[in-house]
Structure formats: structure tokens, C-alpha cells
Design a protein around this ligand. Structure first.
Ligand SMILES: NC(=O)c1ccc[n+]([C@@H]2O[C@H](COP(=O)([O-])OP(=O)(O)OC[C@H]3O[C@@H](n4cnc5c(N)ncnc54)[C@H](O)[C@@H]3O)[C@@H](O)[C@H]2O)c1
Ligand SMILES: O=C(O)[C@H](O)CO
Length: 323
């Protein structure tokens, strides 16, 4: 028997997995928004006025302006569904008396798996090959057909050796025998040999695959710019599973069109869900629709973590995952 929480109205801004919705309905006085699109400005303002806790997610742009519109919010917690919370101005939330939590760890393995999927698809031209077979134009195997980049023994550069970056590096090293290099402010302790590069440009210049796994937000916006892309080797591939804004998309398109890099594997986009026609037109680009955490198990795990934070807030306990 799940206890009913008398106090507190909860809004969940998207439909969730059945398991998460069932727990939320049993445990809280909850409203679950039926729409899958991000919250409008008016909806976000109303959410801060009418609910004690809001389970928000990617695309719900709780900017400083939204908080400024509600001087005395009823809301005490924005429990973000997802580890990345660059869509929420956490400083402005705190100034308004609203805590922010996220779901670290629940997303790590699944997102690392998608990074490896993109590394393999990009290096081995899997998307292009699949489109060839589907087109009916495949003329058959021959020794020089669609040659790609062999990953085994190659060098992987990780930008952002945190939870996901480390899970990617582990998979790449122990699964594919790849050498690992990374950039960070200080040396990291790892379960595999890993070399810290002097700078991002130096890292870009020395690797076969460069994978982006830093958080989004103002500090990392356009971290991967024309200078970094120009430093990469012509046979190298860029993989981004972090946030679209970390990569200067116009510079990436220019580098790909000029053949300055061999390919890119992207799960996220600068102006998501808009994906430039130029990217969609290029065979050497693998495009996924932000699939990092898209499995039933993982989305339920994320939802339960968010609900654990909701429960803690409503019961006056310490929040498990403050950002
Ligand atoms: N594609 C997806 O579906 C998906 C899924 C989950 C997470 N993500 C994104 O991945 C990000 C990382 O998640 P995580 O759990 O690994 O976070 P994390 O905090 O564990 O790791 C991020 C790492 O990046 C490092 N970092 C920050 N700025 C840096 C910089 N300028 N240069 C080098 N390193 C820098 C941090 O020190 C940290 O080690 C999330 O913030 C989110 O935006 C995407
Ligand atoms: O940050 C995350 O957890 C994913 O991108 C989904 O929000």
C-alpha cells in the first residue's frame, strides 16, 4: 500500500512510462500533462503559481524571465527528469526559492551505448549502407566497397570525462582496445590507461574519434568551434551525445562539407528538434533523434529518481539529487 501524500500539488510536464505514472498517481496529488511538446511560456508561469512541485524536462525553458514573472511562487522544487538541466536557469530558480534536482547516474550506461552506436555507425558508414540497401541500388559486395574507419586500436578523445564520458571510454577501451585521451582541469583516476591532453585543440588534433560529453549551458556553448574542428584530422569523426549547443553547428557543417573531417554522429542539435537540411543531406553524417536514454527501463529509472526528489521535498526531507 503506497501512502497518499495529503499536502502538495504536483505537475508532471509530460506523459511518463506506465510504472512512473502509476507510482505518481498513487503517491501524489498529481496532474500529468498529456502533451509531449515542451511547456509554453504561459504554462511554465502558471506551473510556478499553481503547483508545489513541477517535474520538468528537456525543452521546458525555465529561464530567468519566467521566474521573474512569478515573484511569490508556490513551487518549491523543479525536479528535472534528466541529468542535463541547461534548460533551467538554476541560479534564478534558487533566487526565487525554488530548488532544482536532476537524475544523475540513471542515464549513464544507456547514453554511453548510444555514443558507441554513433561511433560505430559513423566510422563504419552504417547509415549510408543501410540507405543504400533500402534504395534497391546495392550492386553487391566487392573488396573496396564502402570502406570505413576500423575502430580497434584507434585513439578516442573524450571531452568531459564525467559519468557518461567515463562509461564511453570504458566501453571503447575494454571493448574495442581503443586508446583514451581527454581534456580536464586535472588528471582523472580511471580504470583504463588514459592520457590528459594539454588543450582541447591538441586533443582534437591527435584523435581518430572525438566525443563530446560535457554538460550544456553558457560555459560550454560552442566549445567545439571552427578552431577545434580545423585541428581534427581529415579521417576523424566527431560524435556528440551531450547538448547540441556545445557544437557550433554552422562550423560543423562547413567542416563536413569541405571534407576537413570524415564524418559526424549526432544525437543532439543546436536548435533541436530542427536539424539543418545541410546535415540531413550529407551521407557522412549519422543523425539520431536524441535517443540517449530512450529505453523503457532507463526512462522508468529516471522517472523514479525524479519522484524520489518530489517525495523528499513534500515530506520535508533532504533532496537526494540537488544540482
Ligand atoms: N543524448 C542524451 O540523451 C543525453 C543523455 C544524458 C545526458 N546527456 C548530456 O550529457 C551531459 C553529461 O552527463 P554526465 O552525467 O556525464 O555529467 P557529469 O557531470 O558526470 O560529466 C560532465 C563532465 O564534463 C566535465 N566538463 C565540464 N566542462 C568541461 C570543459 N569545458 N572541458 C572539459 N570537461 C568539462 C565535468 O568536469 C564533468 O567531469 C549531461 O549534462 C547532458 O547534457 C545527454
Ligand atoms: O540529460 C538527459 O538526461 C537527457 O538528455 C534526457 O533529458
Amino acid at each position: 500500500m503506497v501512502a497518499q501524500h495529503a499536502a502538495g500539488r504536483v505537475l508532471i510536464t509530460r506523459p511518463m512510462t506506465a510504472a512512473v505514472e502509476a507510482r505518481a498517481r498513487a503517491a501524489f496529488n498529481v496532474e500529468i500533462r498529456a502533451r509531449t511538446a515542451p511547456m509554453s511560456r504561459a504554462e511554465m508561469v502558471a506551473s510556478l503559481q499553481d503547483f508545489d512541485v513541477v517535474v520538468a524536462t528537456l525543452g521546458d525553458a525555465y529561464s530567468a524571465e519566467i521566474f521573474a514573472e512569478v515573484p511569490a511562487p508556490r513551487c518549491r522544487l523543479l525536479a528535472n527528469f534528466g541529468v542535463g538541466y541547461n534548460h533551467i536557469n538554476a541560479e534564478a530558480a534558487r533566487a526565487a526559492g525554488i530548488e532544482v534536482t536532476n537524475t544523475p547516474g540513471a542515464v549513464t550506461d544507456a547514453t554511453a551505448d548510444i555514443a558507441l552506436t554513433l561511433m560505430l555507425m559513423s566510422a563504419r558508414r552504417a547509415g549510408e549502407g543501410e540507405r543504400l540497401v533500402r534504395s534497391g541500388n546495392w550492386a553487391g559486395w566487392h573488396p573496396t566497397q564502402m570502406l570505413g574507419l576500423h575502430l580497434s586500436g584507434k585513439r578516442l578523445g573524450v571531452i568531459g570525462l564525467g559519468r557518461i564520458g567515463d562509461a564511453i571510454a570504458r566501453r571503447a577501451h575494454f571493448g574495442f582496445g581503443m586508446e583514451i585521451a581527454y581534456v580536464a582541469r586535472s588528471d582523472k583516476e580511471t580504470t583504463y590507461p588514459a592520457q590528459r591532453a594539454q588543450s582541447l585543440v591538441a586533443l582534437a588534433a591527435e584523435v581518430d574519434i572525438l566525443v563530446v560529453a560535457v554538460p550544456g549551458g553558457a560555459e560550454t556553448r560552442h566549445l567545439i568551434n571552427a578552431q577545434v574542428l580545423d585541428a581534427m584530422q581529415p579521417h576523424a569523426h566527431l560524435v556528440n551525445i551531450a547538448r547540441g549547443e556545445v557544437v557550433d553547428e554552422a562550423a560543423l557543417i562547413a567542416a563536413l562539407q569541405a571534407g576537413r573531417i570524415a564524418g559526424a554522429g549526432l544525437d543532439v542539435y543546436e536548435f533541436e528538434p530542427d536539424v539543418p537540411e545541410a546535415l540531413r543531406a550529407m551521407e557522412q553524417v549519422t543523425l539520431l533523434p536524441h535517443l540517449g536514454t530512450a529505453t523503457e527501463d532507463v526512462r522508468s529509472h529516471m522517472g523514479h529518481m525524479a519522484l524520489d526528489n518530489v517525495a523528499a521535498c513534500l515530506e520535508g526531507r533532504k533532496l537526494p539529487n540537488p544540482v
